[in-house]
Design a protein around this ligand. Sequence first.
Ligand code: NAP
Length: 298
Amino acid sequence: MERVGFVGLGIMGTPMARNALRAGFSVTVTNRTADRAKPLAEAGATVVASPREVAERTDIVVTMVTNTPDVEAVTFGPNGIAAGAHEGLLAVDMSTISPAATREFARRAAANRPPFDTLDAPVSGGEVGAIEARLAIMVGGEAKDVARAMPLFEALGKTIVHIGDHGAGQACKLANQIAVAINNLGVSEALVFAKAQGIDLERTRQVIAGGAGSSWAMQNYAPKMLAGDFRPGFMVDLQQKDLRLVLEGAYAGHVSLPGTSLVHALYTALQQDGGGREGNHALLRVIERLSGIEARLR
Ligand code: NAP
């Protein structure tokens, strides 16, 4: 069995590393804030001080950090993965970052001495999908590396699709984020409208979730919205990071995305209102404020 490493033990990295342990992999982890590695040490992972040490001790290293510069730092920075590379090392970035930078990182990894292989394998399914090992994983890179990482992917997710070459996984993830954000807006508007109509919000949510108006957001976010529980599974600041990547790609490719532009502006209002570290379903609060109507069960 391949030895597996994880760099980045946040909301997603922690349950993913835990699932790799559960599947029987030997797991080595590191996190910038060392305290956050404690639960994994208790679960049986080896904790080391740097991404370089993770790379030295493992065959496949997963990075699950915030944004493009963070992946660059843990991969090519001082004490990064490249510094601990050895023959046969495969670095799998499961964060959501720029597709163009991902292609550049693949080239730099191939030119490293010693060289190492890379995949981009961003995920969808939220914190709950990570905890329950039900993530959708969209993969970019060479087929031989995808085959090699497949047992690990199967320990973390349910829907695993090789999209294409390096960067294709990240491009697919950005397309996914368009659908996530606009579905989230649809759910927010539906609930505020239902409240204004004076109908029962829980019954409304239940029946919409079973019909053509359903979505992952309707099934997973609507109950939290109605309960006024805006703790993050996926933070607004991260959603905005993703939508910025989408809009940069759209600008470069001359693609008009009116829905995404609108949701991005609504999320900006939420950030300005102090909601950046709330869950992305806090978008409801912006829609509520526009009409002065609160769609909550209590
Ligand atoms: P998170 O809870 O904020 O965790 C981010 C992790 O990255 C932390 O462990 C953080 O270390 C580490 N990190 C950030 N910058 C770093 C740097 N420069 N050097 C070293 N470590 C660094 O975020 P998350 O929700 O797990 O998300 C991680 C990635 O998955 C993001 O790209 C996100 O867009 C994507 N994603 C998230 C979800 C979701 O539902 N949450 C779903 C799909 C995809 P510290 O602990 O030291 O801060």
